[in-house]
Write a protein that binds this ligand. Structure first.
Ligand code: AMP
Length: 419
């Protein structure tokens, strides 16, 4: 039996879901969702999971990977019983999203899904566990709390999914994950690991979690969506925010995510944008769960057009209508560039990715361009009043810095922008 497939852009999969051996209830739910043709990762993963294979998937975000594992698992679970499926996610938002997908795809079946994450009380979670659940979608910390409290056991788990494994690694969850997996004692377990990139540490995790896995790689793992156009806007640090406002006035955006490096930075940029009459929502890990939910809901529903966020949103979050991603701060890890811009251009929608770029970002930029194997086009806003050379020409000396602009505001912990 083959052990590996690399899905290339010219991949021709089946024309509809009916040939994939999913059960009728799942097929009905898929039709109700309006999906016609399986995405490439679905076309490959679904039959292998139905056959009982472990899977390791290197899949770019927005490729339909949630359905690639949820549909066959639901098909195999059939009807209500014990807790048999555990899905681990790195963030609360992703866990909510994946729980929503299980509910939608499992709608026609008598199966129950429970969402477990921090930032909310235990009461409802314990009630749902007590009433009996088939599927748990959880973040690692809260799941361990429940295990500690004895409110659930994992000994009957026969499907284990580690989703966004590289993100869980980055967030330091691997020791927790090892402890959780040690509690999944069912020898018949089928396991799946999905990760945007398969770095060595992820391979190491895979080698102790998975048995003879089938390996699926979509588009090489480091590629950016082909439907996204990238542009780089060099600017002096002191004019970054003004340039952002100018870009926002020029682009025809419907919904835009602005990525900042720090939580404090995201708060400041959001406040400044509000001061310039842009309605914004903020999402980062220091916001309360209620605030996070409200921000996502407002943005997804279109009530708020601008979401200012840290990299907590960069992985996996599924918002189909994101028309633009703006990197206010260039990402410091190359993978995050791919993830951030993966928020736009999802499932072949057109999207634009804009990156603001200052002199001190040059090293990061070089690494990013090498990683994506692509030179990003440098652009200038024609009628923007550049006070300092934006093109980072070496021969033009940079002026002495004064305490103005975003970075100085951060260091001074200023709440308001000075003009
Ligand atoms: P994911 O990569 O799992 O986050 O999915 C990205 C988006 O694609 C989600 O909004 C899904 O609802 C959507 N999607 C998944 N599979 C299909 C499909 N076969 N056809 C159309 N849309 C899909």
């Amino acid at each position: 039996m083959d052990n590996e497939i690399k899905i290339m852009p010219d991949f021709e999969g089946p024309e509809d879901f009916s040939t994939l051996s999913l059960n009728e209830n799942v097929l009905r739910a898929v039709t109700e969702k309006g999906y016609k043709k399986p995405s490439p990762v679905q076309a490959i993963a679904i039959p292998h999971i139905l056959e009982g294979r472990d899977i390791i998937g290197a899949s770019q975000t927005g490729t339909g990977k949630t359905a690639a594992f949820a549909l066959p698992i639901l098909s195999l679970l059939k009807r209500h019983g014990a807790l048999r499926c555990l899905v681990l996610e790195p963030t609360r938002e992703l866990a909510q999203q994946v729980e929503g997908a299980f509910n939608a795809y499992g709608k026609q079946q008598d199966l129950r899904t429970t969402l477990l994450h921090g930032g909310v009380g235990y009461g409802q979670q314990c009630d749902k566990l007590r009433d009996g659940t088939d599927i748990v979608v959880a973040t690692p910390g809260r799941l361990l709390d429940h295990l500690g409290r004895g409110t659930l056991t994992l000994d009957k788990v026969s499907f284990l999914v580690l989703d966004e494994a590289d993100r869980m690694l980055d967030m330091g969850f691997m020791p927790d994950i090892r402890r959780i997996i040690a509690r999944c004692t069912n020898k018949q377990r089928q396991s799946m690991l999905f990760s945007a990139t398969l770095v060595q540490e992820i391979e190491n995790v895979a080698s102790w979690v998975l048995r003879n896995p089938f390996r699926i790689t979509v588009g090489g793992g480091t590629s950016t969506a082909e439907t996204v156009t990238h542009a780089l806007y060099p600017v002096d640090e002191r004019q970054k925010f003004d340039l952002l406002v100018s870009i926002l006035s020029k682009i025809d955006y419907r919904s835009v995510i602005i990525f900042c490096r720090t939580k404090n930075g995201a708060d400041i940029i959001a406040r400044w944008l509000e001061n310039t009459n842009h309605k914004t929502a903020i999402l980062h890990s220091d916001r309360s769960q209620k605030e996070r939910d409200q921000a996502m809901e407002g943005f997804k529903s279109g009530k708020v057009e601008i979401l200012v966020a840290t990299d907590i949103v960069s992985r996996g979050i599924d918002i189909m209508e994101v028309s633009h991603v703006i990197n206010y701060d260039i990402p410091q890890h190359c993978e995050d560039y791919v993830h951030r811009i993966g928020r736009t251009g999802r499932m072949n929608n057109e999207g634009d990715a804009v990156t603001l770029f200052t002199a001190s970002d040059q090293d990061f930029l070089k690494k990013i361009e090498k990683f994506i194997d692509q030179k990003i086009e440098r652009k200038k806003i024609e009628d923007f009043d550049y006070k300092w050379t934006p093109i980072l020409e070496e021969e033009k000396p940079q002026p002495k810095r004064r305490n103005r602009g975003y970075s100085s505001a951060l260091s001074m912990n200023m709440g308001r922008r000075r003009r």
